[in-house]
Structure formats: structure tokens, C-alpha cells
Write a protein that binds this ligand. Structure first.
Ligand code: ZN
Length: 106
């Protein structure tokens, strides 16, 4: 019977195999290999489930909405209100109001 040397799929140690199909040097390696694979898949799923990008996009959208509202409000009221009044009215920091104010007050 021909004995071939094969590389264990798990520990990569060459081992003599009587069959062409043996993939692991021992049942332990076989078990370990599948356990690791399962764990890697589980970790991958956790990463996929975490909606990091979506959350960031929502946050950006929220910030964008606030800026748009602030801009519209300033365009409407910059002639009759001061930046401080707008800041208090919209509950927005004064420096943010001043950033969008058409004629920066000194
Ligand atoms: Zn092995």
C-alpha cells in the first residue's frame, strides 16, 4: 500500500497518509480546524451585524439637518435678530451660529 506524505490542513505538519483524502494528521487537528473555522465565522457575523457605517451615516444626516435648519433660520432672521438671539432660539452654540452668519460681527 502506498503511503503518501500530506500536509495537515490545521497544523501544517507533514504526515503519512494511507488514503488520498486525509486532510489532518490527527482527529484532534480535524476537530480544532473546524472549531476555529466556526469561531472565525461567528466573529465575521458579529462584524457584519454591527451597523457602524449606517450609524455614522445617520449621525451625519442629523448633523446635516441641523446645519440646514440653522442656515435657513439665519437667512430668514439675520436682519432682525443677533447671532446670540438665534443661538438661544435654536439652542445651537454661538460659534456655530457665527460660522453661518452672512456678515461676521466683530
Ligand atoms: Zn495537524
Amino acid at each position: 500500500m502506498a503511503v503518501v506524505l500530506r500536509l495537515c490542513k490545521h497544523c501544517e505538519t507533514p504526515f503519512p497518509s494511507k488514503t488520498q483524502r486525509a486532510l489532518y494528521c490527527s482527529p484532534t487537528c480535524n476537530k480544532e480546524y473546524h472549531r476555529n473555522k466556526k469561531r472565525q465565522l461567528a466573529e465575521l457575523e458579529v462584524v457584519n451585524v454591527t451597523p457602524t457605517e449606517e450609524t455614522t451615516m445617520k449621525e451625519n444626516q442629523k448633523q446635516q439637518d441641523t446645519i440646514e435648519r440653522l442656515r435657513a433660520f439665519i437667512a430668514k432672521h439675520c436682519h432682525c435678530m443677533t447671532p446670540l438671539e438665534v443661538s438661544e432660539e435654536l439652542n445651537v452654540p454661538l460659534f456655530a451660529v457665527k460660522r453661518f452668519w452672512p456678515n461676521p460681527s466683530r
